[in-house]
Design a protein around this ligand. Structure first.
Ligand code: SUG
Length: 434
């Protein structure tokens, strides 16, 4: 097994696409429902996302990116029987089935925590880093993503000496990727405990359980994990709007940062973590101090918990957590307390937040050795110069605002297409490569 010091984590953020809008497509996602029909600001959204990536780099952390998908996806609509060239397809869909066009328009691929589940090499039977693309089959607009995600991941992580990228599971098994997955271990470079969190169908429940147990088990088998843990999410958390587990818990190395009501059997999860993770630290928000509703409104658990190069860990939190006084007071106690969290960093990702996507939703974590890092397609890795180039494209090409009725406008369709093409060009992807 590789030595632990050589391993580090790269966060691959989804760049927020030019079609970002508020269509209220996600049942069980309260922010998405509350903002349905609002006017979005794609340019501001993408700049906020890029700003977060720059903040991570300023902390000395490597940063990657995944690209917006082709939207509106006329090809998908063609598969639903609309015919002709792209404009004809989109026009007919808008006239006959506007709900389908809204699905084909979604920029939801930005939330790359849902792109795939990733098991780093120290955990897997063949000592390669394994990815399984998430099928996202519970939500129609998200079920469109997996083909383009697979293409990107197979390109970025093409080197089969280090990486294995599995296609999405069959649609009947709901799989939402790393948003329902945590890895705990003394460091990124030694075998860890991989914890898969699923929901169960509950009669009469208002919201769906998006991650199915059988899907988690299949991913664990595909990745060749020795002893994965399959843990049930608390029904009350799903009912309160925690449509993914990463809305109520996040882990990094030996630390589990969680809400008291995240899991169906809290004691069993805590016991397992303490037994199986050397030096484990559980930082838990008591429900009496931070109720589930407040946790979900402020998204404090949808923060990125990252190891800092100088030692210690930082929580990368959304502004909404800073603005809730009870939440911030508790977070300050955590920072001062006896645990590895030494820094609280607040980022503005409000445009994404209004669709239920906080800092942690916007990134896919990939822990790699130095050699595996060097084998990643460099076009998916960022430095300040590349960020500058991306920023210029966003400023020039991304729409400033999208109102609900704009989705039927050919000008917007063309603009979304040409903006993405300009981005791919600047990042040196050949036309048709993605
Ligand atoms: O799947 N929102 C996303 C938010 C995903 C958040 N990801 C994590 N928790 N990791 C979702 O519900 C809203 C789209 C709309 O309503 O237009 C949306 O898809």
């Amino acid at each position: 097994m590789s030595r632990q010091g050589q391993y580090h984590e790269i966060n691959f953020d989804g760049l927020i696409g030019p079609s970002h809008n508020y269509s209220g497509l996600s049942l069980g996602n309260i922010a998405s429902a509350n903002n349905a029909g609002a006017v979005s600001a794609p340019r501001r959204a993408a700049l906020q996302g890029l700003g977060k990536m720059r903040r991570m780099m300023a902390l000395g952390l490597p940063q990657g990116l995944l690209l917006p998908h082709h939207r509106p996806d006329a090809g998908w609509l063609r598969g639903l029987g609309f015919a002709g060239d792209d404009d004809a397809v989109l026009r007919a869909a808008w006239r006959q089935e506007p709900a389908l066009l809204r699905n084909a328009f979604s920029a939801s691929a930005m939330w790359t925590a849902n792109a795939a589940t990733v098991s780093p090499a120290p955990d897997t039977a063949d000592a390669r880093c394994h990815f399984t693309v998430a099928n996202l089959s519970t939500m129609l607009h998200r079920s469109i993503e997996h083909e383009q995600t697979l293409r990107q991941l197979r390109l970025a992580f093409a080197d089969e000496r280090y990486f294995a990228v599995h296609a999405a599971l069959p649609a009947g098994l709901g799989d939402e990727g790393a948003a329902n997955f945590m890895r705990l271990g003394p460091s990124h470079g030694v075998r860890g405990l991989e914890l898969f969190v699923h929901g169960e169908r509950v009669a009469g429940a208002a919201f769906p359980a998006r991650q199915h147990r059988a899907a988690s088990a299949a991913v664990a088998r595909l990745h060749g994990l020795a002893d994965p843990a399959l843990v049930r999410q608390n029904d009350a958390a799903i009912a309160a709007g925690a449509f993914h587990n990463d809305v109520v818990a996040v882990a990094n190395e030996q630390v589990l940062f969680t809400h008291e009501q995240a899991f169906a059997d809290r004691e069993a999860v805590h016991r397992m973590v303490m037994e199986r993770v050397p030096g484990a630290v559980i930082v838990e928000a008591p429900a009496a101090r931070i109720g589930l509703d407040l946790a979900i409104r402020s998204y404090l658990f949808n923060s990125q918990l990252v190891t800092l190069p100088e030692g210690g860990m930082a929580l990368i939190l959304p502004h909404e957590a800073r603005e809730a006084p009870e939440v911030w007071a508790w977070l300050e106690e955590v920072r001062e307390g006896d645990n590895p969290i030494t820094r609280l960093e607040v980022v503005d990702v409000r445009e994404s937040m209004r669709n239920g996507g906080g800092p942690a939703c916007l990134r896919l974590r990939v822990a790699v050795s130095a050699e595996a890092h060097a084998a990643i397609d460099p076009r998916f890795l960022l430095d300040e110069k590349v960020c500058d180039r991306i920023e210029a494209v966003i400023e020039r090409e991304w729409p400033e605002r999208i109102a609900p009725d704009d989705l039927g406008e050919p000008d917007l369709w063309h603009r979304c297409r040409s903006a993405r093409a300009a981005l791919l060009d600047v990042l040196r992807f050949a036309p048709g490569e993605l």
